[in-house]
Structure formats: structure tokens, C-alpha cells
Design a protein around this ligand. Sequence first.
Ligand SMILES: [Zn+2]
Length: 273
Amino acid sequence: MQFALVVGQKHEASPGLAGHCPGCGQPVVAKCGDQRMWHWAHLRKRKCDRWWESETPWHRAWKENFAREWREVINCDQNGERHIADVRTALGLVLEFQHSRLDPQERAAREAFYGNMVWVVDGTRLKRDWPRFYKGTTAFRQTALDVTHRVPCPEERFPYEWLASSVPVFFDFAGDGSADEPEPARQLLWCLLPGRVDRYAVMIAVSRQMFLEGAMRRPQIIDVTERLNAVALELQLELQQQRDKEREEARRHAQWRSYRNQQILQSHKPRRR
Ligand SMILES: [Zn+2]
């Protein structure tokens, strides 16, 4: 954890400091070594929130884009279940930054608990994830909605554990910046929307700045329903145009055949003497 309560105030770890966990109230100590980022650790038990993962510099860098009071916020449901959200904005949007692999069941439980949330996934953890994704970008169908893409066969592009997510999942393929491929596409955040349109997944590419502005100023970064509806409508129109074109081709072909048949008939008519 980045913060603990020291005399009731949210405090970052610094050498020799002791405090209390804002989640469970147990004593925590400041860990300020050279190996890992400075953080707080429980004195006795290892974790009070089973959903909490050890922070990496990637986590910390993302969280530091947000106001201090929005970071590591305790969320409590009506049954008394408590979890610490990485970020919860003043408008109630929860952002969870996920570096390690997440079991789909736990993913679903966390989505149900937080409700209005998005994931930001470290897309550099597995070397294969970026090449697999990037290879498929040629097959993406860009829609008229500017940065929105239709993705055929999403299961071939995205890690399995995120495919059935019920909330937007932003893949950060640049990670902490140590990845060696400098493609500009890698600097974008690629958001997989929940739900499908026909056989397509819908994906939106956004800059980091757009993402942060959306997260800070709006209760949702992306209006998912609006996007999916717009993409569905566009697809419907495309299919209609395709059907009209096929019908027109069939009509022309039939016309041409009837003309040819007439010509053949005429050429076989016996000549009058
Ligand atoms: Zn605790």
C-alpha cells in the first residue's frame, strides 16, 4: 500500500514511521528499502484484502496521475465486505490497475462489487500479448466513429481472462516504458468494450491524455451502450447496402441473360424466302 493512516491522516511510507491500515485498522510498518518501492506492510498478517496485489512501479505511476484522496479508497458493500480500490474518483468511477494474471471468477466478483469501474491491464507482462494483438490490427475494421474499431475473432487478439469482462478493459501495451518496440500504436490505450455486435468485439483506441481526462471529469470514460448501438446501426446499414448491391447485380445478370436468350432465339429463326 502507498498510504496508511498516521494519527488519522493518509500518509506515505517513510523510514521509521508506523501507522494503521485504512482497510482493517491493524498496525502497519513503513518498508523503505532499496529493492522495492517504499510501501506499507501489515505487521502481523500478510494481507487484509485478498484482492490486493503487490504494487509495481507501473501501478504506482498510473495511480499518481490521480488526486491523493482518490487513491486507495475503501469501498464497503451492504454486507460489510470491504475492498481497497486503486482509484475511486469523486464521481464514483473505480479504476483498477492489474499487472498479474487474474482468475476470471475473481475478475467477475470484483466487477460486481465495484459496479461502475474500468480495468487498466499491464499488457507487457507476457511478451506474446503485444505481437498477437498488433498482428491482428490489420483485420480491425475501423468504423465511422473515429477511433472505434470492430474486431473479428477477439479471442485471437486478447488474453482469454478478459474476454468476458462486463466493464471496459484498457490494455496498456507500453507498460512502464521499458518495452523496446517504439510503434506509436503501442502508446495508445486499447479499450475492449463489454458485449459484442454480431460476431465482432468493439474496441476503442484512446490516448493516455484522453483516458485521464475522461476518468477525472466523467462518471464513465466511455458510454458503452451508446457506442455499441452506434456500431450495431452502422453494421446493419453496411449489411443492407451489401444486400442491395447483390440484388442489383442479380437483376442485371437476369436482364443480360434474357437479352442473350432473345438474340439466340432470333439467330435460330428460319429465314423467310
Ligand atoms: Zn489491512
